[in-house]
Design a binder for this molecule. Structure first.
Ligand code: GLU
Length: 431
């Protein structure tokens, strides 16, 4: 196997269509794990490029009466582990390469959390804030109709991601079920509870990250309540994580959203910030705190930095200036490969995204099981199972990293890659 092939990008036949910064990062992480494991080159090759993807054109009637064309994507990284699973993202930078990276990360998340899925990711390139509710509905229903050949409760099960939520999942469920002629609750997760959703799915990614943090800090002998947290992102993940940390007595000293950032060394009243943001549409200007620059949040002195927003936020440009002791990645892909090396040199531990952000898909799995079995779970069952699965995954990642003498990220990737490669080996190549 040539070196170009190993990189999964820079060579003949090596997937020009996936070219994106994010996919480059995902491949670099995979290559490091493959090297650590001494993975068979054929097995490595099978894990680089996504197995299947579909790009569709979505003609959508806008409120103005004009017809607009959107591009929709779905990428399935591996079909080895079961049906594929992963979110549906509506954002201006959605592309095939972007989805390929996010789909690969979903594979590792599911393998680490012991979920019987391969990874997938999809989305529509659009600015959801510029679309009306009716336009969003038409985009979503058209997306479901176009993706019909490759989605389904036993094929590929979408869920919320950036720019989508319960509302879109309800339209997804309705469109799919109407085409099937009967209700198919397991075709999508993150549905409203009234439509077969599961209690606690919306909070699951933020809560899962806090469960991992709690266990990691216990191991380090640093009680969570004594730590100061800075959280980038105040959406579904960041706001929930902030609220859960605050409820456990920790100090959340800084928060940011797309519009601004605030800081207060004494600790922010998270519920009050949620109310303020509800009234003003931004965290900025919250009267009991100092409004700071969004980028400055990452460089504030704190114990734990939680990136819970976009990818590639911690890069070679700012990694040397971070002043935290621990980074807990609640977002997908927030740290570049170069930044990873700088943080490792500086002795800053990173709780990797494939573990820390795995709570969402774990509770999605519970919802999918509920949909198949038609047997409802309680909120307490969801929380209890989520907590134990996140803690167990952390233990396994720490043990693997120690055994292999590598970072937690490479340990997590190595464990996940080993599981998927073993399954691929057992299934063999056929036909
Ligand atoms: N979009 C979420 C993630 O990135 C959840 C995916 C799912 O629930 O399937 O992990």
């Amino acid at each position: 196997m040539s070196a170009a092939r190993t990189l999964g990008l820079d060579g003949p036949g090596a997937g020009l269509e996936w070219r994106s910064d994010l996919y480059r990062t995902a491949c670099a992480q995979l290559n490091l794990a493959a090297e650590t494991l001494g993975l068979d080159p054929d097995e490595h090759t099978r894990l680089i490029e996504p197995r299947r993807s579909l790009v569709v054109n979505l003609p959508v009637r806008m409120d103005s009466g004009e017809l607009a064309n959107f591009t929709g994507y779905r990428v399935q990284h591996t079909l080895t582990m079961g049906p594929t699973k992963g979110g549906l993202r509506y954002a201006p930078d959605v592309s095939l390469g972007h989805c390929a990276a996010l789909a690969m990360w979903m594979t590792w998340k599911c393998a680490l959390l012991g979920l019987p899925y391969g990874g997938a990711k999809g989305g529509v390139r659009c600015d959801p804030r510029a679309l009306s509710a009716d336009e969003m509905e038409r985009v979503t229903r058209r997306y479901v109709a176009e993706m019909a050949p490759i989605i389904g409760p036993n094929e590929d099960i979408p869920a919320p991601d950036m720019g989508t939520g319960e509302r879109e999942m309800a339209w997804f469920y309705d469109t799919y079920s109407q085409a099937a002629g009967h209700a198919v609750p397991a075709c999508v997760t993150g549905k409203p509870v009234a439509l077969g959703g599961i209690p606690g799915r919306r909070q699951a990614t933020g809560l899962g990250a806090v469960f991992v943090l709690e266990a990691a800090l216990e191991r380090l002998g640093r009680p969570l309540a004594d730590q100061r947290f800075a959280i980038q992102g105040f959406g579904n993940v960041g706001a929930v994580a902030a609220g859960e940390l605050h409820a456990r007595g920790a100090r959340v000293i800084a928060l940011s959203d797309v519009t601004g950032a605030i800081a207060d060394e004494r600790g922010l009243d998270v519920a009050a910030v949620v109310r303020w943001r509800g009234e003003h549409g931004t965290v900025a200007g919250f009267p009991e705190a100092e409004t700071i620059d969004r980028d400055a949040l990452l460089e504030l002195p704190c114990d734990v930095l939680v990136p819970a927003a976009l990818e590639h936020q911690i890069s070679a440009d700012n990694a040397a200036r971070l002043r935290c002791r621990l980074v807990a990645e609640a977002a997908n892909g927030p740290t570049t490969t170069a930044a990873d090396e700088i943080l490792a040199d500086r002795g800053i531990t990173v709780l990797p995204d494939v573990l820390t952000s795995g709570g969402g898909v774990t509770v999605s799995y519970f919802e999918w099981v509920q949909g198949h079995q038609k047997y409802n779970w309680t909120r307490a069952e969801v929380r209890g199972r989520l907590r134990s699965q996140m803690r167990e995954a952390l233990e396994e990642v720490v043990t693997t990293s120690e055994q292999l003498g590598v970072s937690l990220r490479t340990g997590a990737l190595s464990l996940a890659v080993r599981r998927v490669a073993e399954a691929a080996r057992l299934r063999a190549v056929y036909p």
